[in-house]
Ligand binder design. Structure first.
Ligand code: 5GP
Ligand code: MN
Length: 336
């Protein structure tokens, strides 16, 4: 956090700031963006938050949601803001490949760049660096930034709940290895500062539609596959499932964890067919690095035990490619 002072110096006068985060924003992406947005606004800065595309309904309760600009819907306004920005924040991503169509303009802005992220192998070369792959969530890094900035008094209930949402979801509700005592201390502070943890968890996890629950039953009964010898379990979800169950974006979130919860599994995946792309999510337990797997074969990345990528093949061909490669790589890892 050595760059906090430099950032503070840069912000001694109000600046035009644009906060950006990765495509298909999750609760950490959006929570850290809005937490920072609200904090910088209190400081008197001129702030806009632009996301590359839409996010699920269950994130719309977040304080500041109405301030978020969707690049796909407001391209002209977004390009103007990006081009005029003096400071660009990159939150929860560290390669411009993660921001879809925003990549062109965001990667060529004149603005200073501040990187706040916890993903491995950052590609962006920032002027202000708040990257740390040991952090459980970008929300944790934003919390540290605010504290080091001397801004603890500005953390109100809204900011506290945005940051809590990010850290709660990125730690899998405080279950992943990333859940350090420091994370719990931060959460204790957020509660003292007004975060209603029951409210946030209900808004994020307990807002299922009936369709979504019926889809969950269908996916578990019909779509879950196991490759016993490789200890891999995965789902393949086609476009027809989205139609049949009237699924919305975000309705498949968390499904992959059911595959990983089967006793003995070491890798889980979900392959999802959406409009004109195929998205893959990977999870693992232990040594198998799914970020390397995603990077090598599916133009993706992420963390050792949670990653994602994409495929331009058909759904069937993607499944075939996944099965072959995961078997090969898992067996190779065991031989070593
Ligand atoms: P999820 O499966 O929840 O979408 O993503 C799991 C993790 O992998 C997240 O940390 C996310 O940032 C990362 N990830 C997901 N999709 C991609 C991708 O297409 N490219 C990269 N580099 N990382 C991804
Ligand atoms: Mn994150």
């Amino acid at each position: 956090m050595k760059d906090t002072q430099a950032l503070k110096d840069f912000l001694h006068t109000p600046r035009k700031i644009v906060i950006t985060t990765h495509a298909n924003p999750d609760a950490d992406a959006l929570g850290s963006s809005l937490g920072l947005h609200l904090f910088l606004t209190i400081l008197g800065q001129h702030v806009n938050t632009i996301v590359p595309n839409s996010y699920p309904d269950f994130l719309e309760w977040m304080p500041g949601n109405s301030l978020v600009i969707n690049y796909e819907k407001s391209r002209e306004q977004s390009d103007k803001l990006l081009n005029e920005a003096e400071l660009l924040f990159c939150l929860d991503y560290s390669g411009f490949g993660r921001i879809k169509d925003m990549k062109g303009v965001a990667s060529s802005v004149n603005a200073k760049v501040a990187l706040v992220d916890h993903h491995l192998n950052p590609e962006i070369k920032p002027d202000f660096n708040f990257w740390n792959d040991k952090s459980a969530a970008t929300a944790e890094l934003i919390f540290d930034l605010i504290i080091n900035y001397g801004g603890k008094d500005t953390i109100n209930q809204d900011i506290a709940e945005c940051l809590y949402a990010g850290v709660m979801t990125d730690t899998g509700s405080f279950k992943h290895n990333s859940t350090t005592s420091k994370v719990h201390r931060m959460v204790a502070d957020l509660i003292d500062l007004g975060a209603d943890v029951n409210k946030v968890s209900r808004l994020i996890y307990d807002t299922n539609s009936l369709h979504r629950l019926k889809f969950l039953g269908h996916a578990l009964a019909e779509k879950l596959q196991v490759i016993e010898d490789a200890r891999v379990a995965y789902f393949v979800i086609g476009e027809e499932d989205f139609k049949d169950f009237r699924l919305k974006q975000g309705d498949t979130e968390g499904l992959v964890n059911y595959a990983l919860s089967i006793k003995g599994m070491v890798v889980a995946a979900i392959i999802i067919e959406r409009e004109n792309e195929i998205k893959l999510s990977f999870r693992s337990i232990g040594d198998f690095a799914v970020n390397k797997f995603a990077e090598e074969y599916f133009s993706g990345g992420g963390h050792k035990n949670a990653s994602g990528g994409m495929s331009e093949l058909s759904l069937k061909e993607t499944e075939k490619k996944f099965k072959e490669l995961i078997k090969k790589d898992i067996l190779k890892t065991r031989i070593k």
